[in-house]
Write a protein that binds this ligand. Structure first.
Ligand code: DAK
Length: 257
């Protein structure tokens, strides 16, 4: 059993390490994933969090079907809550989260990728919500996040038919942000991490919170909340540094204060 966490400068790379089962999540792995994400959410040294899968075939091939086979209603509810806890951490932790999709991202795997802020896929990735073929529906937030990330029509197609898409179609549909050759995925991901860790962590956290406002509530109230988040950043040294660096034609050095 392993959820590995590797540090690479300011990035924390979280790897679901169960390649013999295509990195499918059973309870043990899902609980460990939730716990690692909760720790990283609080860890100021982790400025960006990457989620990926071990091996070359799979990101996460979903929730463990063999485990789910014998679940009762109450167990299924707890199982759903566990997946939702992972998704909520990825979606709301005050730092960018990136899914490095290195192969199959199916069912719960696609749902967790959708909970991340950014998605990079290798050209051999395949994504989809095949739950309908098992007589269930995407229960880790995917039915909603897929519709928000892409379109209602495309989400309905994938959820109702269970059709998988390749990386090129995922890019075309806005399901992933970029596609690269499988051998380049790690370096492309770390490059993106470096670009993000060079920015103000305060501004990143507030910017993420502001964009997430669009997930809920009333538009006018959300615009007012965005204005407050914007104003708050003018209490930071990073705002002064960012603007001074522009005026002085140099790179900013952000300190997270
Ligand atoms: N669960 C358990 N084992 C899995 C698995 C999975 N999702 N995916 C793969 N494996 C296992 C296979 O059983 C096989 O194990 P052995 O037979 O060797 O013991 C091993 O990984 C290698 O897989 P294959 O031999 O099948 O490898 P292939 O290259 O031929 O095919 C594949 C790879 C990813 C296309 C295929 O394995 C596959 O179709 N896997 C299932 C994908 C899938 O249907 N994923 C969605 C799962 S459902 C909810 C909570 C959660 C969810 C919903 C509701 N509530 C409580 C509200 C989420 C549901 C799901 O994610």
């Amino acid at each position: 059993m392993a959820i590995d966490v590797e540090r690479n400068d300011g990035a924390a790379v979280v790897t679901v390490n169960r390649p013999e089962a295509m990195n499918a999540l059973d309870v043990e792995h899902a609980e460990a994933l939730r716990d690692r994400l909760a720790e990283l959410a609080q860890d100021a040294d982790a400025r960006v969090v990457v989620l990926t899968g071990a091996g070359e075939k799979a990101f996460i091939a979903g929730a463990d079907i063999k485990y789910m086979q014998s679940l009762g209603v109450l167990e299924a509810r707890r199982w759903g809550e566990l997946g939702h806890a992972c998704g909520e951490l990825l979606e709301t932790m005050p730092k960018p989260t990136i899914a490095a999709i290195n192969g199959f991202a199916l069912g719960g795997g696609c749902e967790l990728a959708l909970a991340c802020d950014l998605r990079l896929a290798s050209a051999n990735a395949r994504l989809g919500q095949p739950e309908i073929n098992l007589g269930i529906l995407p229960g880790w937030g995917g039915s909603l996040r897929l519709a928000r990330t892409t379109t209602l029509g495309f989400a309905k197609e994938l959820v109702l038919t269970g059709r998988q898409v390749d990386a090129a179609e995922a890019l075309d549909r806005g399901l992933v942000n970029a596609v690269c050759e499988p051998g380049d995925l790690r370096e492309r991901t770390l490059e993106l991490c470096r670009a993000l860790t060079a920015k103000s962590p305060l501004a990143l956290a507030y910017a993420k919170e502001a964009v997430n406002l669009s997930l809920q509530g009333e538009h006018g109230a959300n615009l007012a909340a965005e204005a407050r988040l914007f104003a708050m950043l003018f209490a930071s040294e990073d705002q002064q540094e960012g603007m001074a660096a522009f005026a002085e034609k140099r790179q900013p050095e952000f300190r997270g204060r």
